[in-house]
Design a protein around this ligand. Structure first.
Ligand code: GLN
Ligand code: ZN
Length: 754
């Protein structure tokens, strides 16, 4: 017998940026002081109302899925976790405090931002210390609940769960673990839950995705204490604890033994939790949400697989309802608007709107309603196969181990020394130069047909020539063409490879007001013709110095696209790798002596559980080596990594076997070399110029960083370069800093030889 209120089919969350990025526009207008806080709030009311309308028909509509910036920041503000440096802003409009914590202010650095699990969404990292005093502060969730209620909708407020909140926070005091604050935090959650119950909330969803990763016994214990405590409250809504981005695994028995009324399982990630649930008597009186509609990819759901997975739970729980595997935050709004796509692709797509309809249909089917006709229609589109390219498959089948291998690194280093004649501590950049307004408007004019291909090519070549001259004049050793022709490092390749599509309206939030439009990798991948060879060859023709050609690697292309789910990611990665291998071979044949393959997302796709990591590292590095494994010893392969801590992937970075690896390092003051120095025994270019800051680093600063690097790895394999591409920076600061970088490298050279 289940005594709690019925939950009904549902989604774990909904996009909030608006179908046409209304939130981005409104927020940025407010930042530019072109609108008032009231106007911004009015836009938010409309967006929330529209989202609720889209979710009509679900058994339970999630609430509090809106955020002006980020849900973790909202959680910090809900429990009053405002670091002392923002105290002076706490007296004003909370909206301004929130934006200041997100973006910083003069002399007040913002909260750190980092990737949300293995997605391309970024959250703000709450800062906690032993001095943090939690209190129920912003009532965003309560206000949202009341707003919906006034519209006649009893929502299910969604909050970040207390354990995940603490586990994702960072300590500002060495040796202190935020989880130690659990007992202080729980009363605040209790108060917020009590207020929601009094306002009429029947259910509240508490997200605990931190348990999709490996956890310690102390952390499982914290999970138990948290939900034993919250479950024991006398005034509270029914509690739904949601896991996503993977199975709950060992956390499931822990939750089963607490008084919570519901548990949401990610069944797209696998059926491990289904088998485990069968043995847990604690689940018998709970509601289980079967997360069978994928929340973070764009494909139609196969109704048979989904229903059979959900049905497997039936004997284990008091009730089973259909849900998405995670929040729909990670998919765009409406696939029906993508009318420019070929029909056979468009029909296979489900964005948020279509996924809501799928959840409703599957919910009706699970409840025993006769929906055979609708299920048959759903089955027909979901079963439509991707386009196969037998030539690509045959080429991949014919590959042997030699296609992935190069001779030993020291043999290559000698050959390259002779071929390239570079000085010690060579200077270079990561690829892009500032994307000026003129370049962007040229690209837009070409897209809109206002200038023809010949004129576009002439303008881009002029920019390349300008950037090459500039680099020669600055005195850099290894030059780049500057990437003016690229809108985005992944989209550019997606547009030039077969097997990808790009959308018109498929925006998803990356962080704050920044949105991206990921390409859709839908079929077998191949390269119809050379992509970058013309630009790089032209650039090399202008100079005697070595030109470095620039490609985006297979892992990064997959990480920042929606990918096929009908074959293992490793197979898709090999197809992309093979297409890029063709490009590398053509670049080499055209005389480019150095080729860089960027893999900034290598760390991002690393599986959350350790057991799955070795297999990932193996296929990810294989895909990279397929790209680069065919070149001569004299051709120097570079790779570039950024946006992350590299400690967990040193082995994979080494296995890429690049001749030179450039990494983000300026903010960590070369500490990254402590792990990479020994782990990656070839060329290393720790960034000595923080491209996220508009400040001009002076020669002394850069020199100090280079000497710190020299102390760690010596002069023979050290490179001097910025942290990342320069496309977001202004030209004057770039020129000034690169001059200082060249001077600092020269200083270090004479110092280390004399
Ligand atoms: N080559 C790219 C650039 O310079 C690399 C960007 C990145 O690492 N994110 O822009
Ligand atoms: Zn980078």
């Amino acid at each position: 017998m289940t005594e709690h209120p019925r939950l009904g089919s549902t989604v774990l969350g909904y996009p909030r940026i608006g179908p046409d990025r209304e939130l981005k526009r409104a927020v940025e207008r407010y930042w530019r002081r072109e609108s008032s806080a009231d106007e911004l709030r009015a836009t938010a009311v409309e967006l929330r109302r529209a989202a609720r309308a889209e979710m009509t028909g679900l058994g339970s509509v999630p609430g509090n899925t809106f955020s002006f910036y980020d849900q973790m920041l909202d959680a910090a503000l809900a429990v009053g976790a405002v670091p002392p440096r923002f105290a002076e802003f706490a007296a004003g409009d909370p909206l301004d405090l929130m934006f200041t914590m997100a973006r910083g202010a003069e002399g007040v650095p913002a909260l750190e931002m980092t990737k949300w699990f293995d997605t391309n969404y970024h959250y703000l990292v709450p800062e906690l210390s032993p001095d943090t005093r939690f209190r129920a502060w912003l009532r965003t969730a309560l206000d949202d609940f009341r707003e919906a209620l006034a519209d006649g909708v009893v929502t299910r407020p969604v909050l970040i769960g207390p354990v995940t909140f603490l586990l994702l926070s960072k300590s500002t005091v060495p040796g202190f673990a935020p989880l130690d604050l659990l007992d202080d935090l729980l009363p605040v959650y209790a108060q917020l839950l009590g207020e929601l119950a009094e306002a009429g909330a029947e259910w509240v969803q508490l997200d605990e995705p931190a348990f999709a990763a490996d956890r310690t016994p102390a952390e499982f214990d914290a999970l138990h204490r948290a939900y034993a405590h919250l479950g024991g409250l006398s005034v509270r809504p029914a509690l739904l604890v949601a896991g996503y981005f993977g199975a709950f695994g060992p956390a499931l028995p822990v939750l089963a033994s607490t008084p919570v009324e519901g548990v949401a399982l990610d069944l797209v990630a696998g059926t491990d939790d289904v088998a485990a649930a069968a043995g847990l008597t604690g689940l018998r009186d709970k509601t289980l949400l079967a997360g069978v509609v994928e929340g973070r990819n764009v494909w139609r759901t196969d109704p048979d697989t989904a229903l059979s997975r959900a049905a497997m739970l039936l004997g284990s729980a008091g009730r089973v309802e259909i849900a998405t595997s995670c929040s729909l935050l990670h998919v765009p709004y409406d696939a029906a608007r993508e009318t420019a796509l070929p029909d056979e692709l468009q029909e296979r797509l489900a964005f948020a709107r279509e996924k809501v309809a799928e959840v409703i249909l599957l919910g009706r089917a699970l409840a025993g309603e006769d929906v055979a006709g609708e299920l048959a229609a759903a089955r027909a589109v979901a079963g439509r196969p991707a386009r196969r390219d037998d030539r690509v498959r045959a080429r991949l089948d014919a590959l042997g181990p030699d296609h992935y291998r190069r001779p030993a690194g020291d043999v290559r280093a000698k050959a390259q020394q002779v071929a390239l004649t570079l000085p010690p501590v060579p200077t270079t950049t990561i690829g892009s130069f500032p994307q000026t307004g003129a370049i962007r408007s040229d690209r837009a004019a070409f897209r809109a047909g206002r200038i023809d291909a010949a004129e576009y090519e002439r303008r881009m070549r002029a920019e390349i020539a300008r950037v090459v001259r500039l680099q020669e004049e600055i005195g850099l050793d290894v030059l780049v063409h500057g990437e003016p022709e690229r809108n985005d490092m992944v989209q550019y390749f997606a547009e030039h490879l077969d097997g990808f599509a790009t959308t018109e309206h498929g925006w998803v939030q990356s962080y704050g007001s920044r949105c991206v439009r990921p390409p859709i990798l839908h079929s077998d991948v191949s390269r119809p013709e050379p992509i970058t060879v013309g630009w790089s060859t032209y650039a090399q023709s202008l100079t005697d110095r070595p030109m470095k050609a620039m490609l985006t690697g297979p892992v990064t292309i997959l990480a920042w696209s929606f990918v096929r789910d009908d074959q293992p990611l490793s197979d898709t990665a090999r197809q992309v790798g093979l297409a890029l291998r063709d490009e590398v071979r053509d670049l080499e044949a055209a005389g480019l002596p150095i080729i860089q393959v960027d893999e900034p997302a290598l760390r991002e796709l690393l599986p959350l559980r350790a057991a799955a990591q070795p297999a990932y590292s193996a296929w990810a590095t294989d895909a990279f080596r397929l790209v680069t494994g065919g070149v001569a010893d004299t051709t120097q392969v570079h790779t570039h990594l950024c946006y992350s801590e590299f400690g967990d992937v040193v082995g994979a970075i080494d296995a890429l076997d690049a001749d030179v690896t450039t990494v983000e390092a300026a903010r960590s003051r070369m500490e990254v070399l402590d792990v990479l120095g020994a782990g990656v025994p070839r060329g290393l270019g720790p960034g000595v110029y923080d491209v996220h800051s508009p400040e001009v680093a002076d020669e002394a600063q850069i020199g100090a960083l280079l000497r710190a690097a020299l102390d760690r790895i010596g002069p023979d394999r050290l490179w001097a370069n910025p942290d990342c591409g320069l496309k977001t920076r202004g030209e004057p600061e770039v020129v000034a800093t690169l001059r200082n970088l060249v001077a600092a490298a020269a200083g270090v050279r004479s110092g280390s030889s004399g």
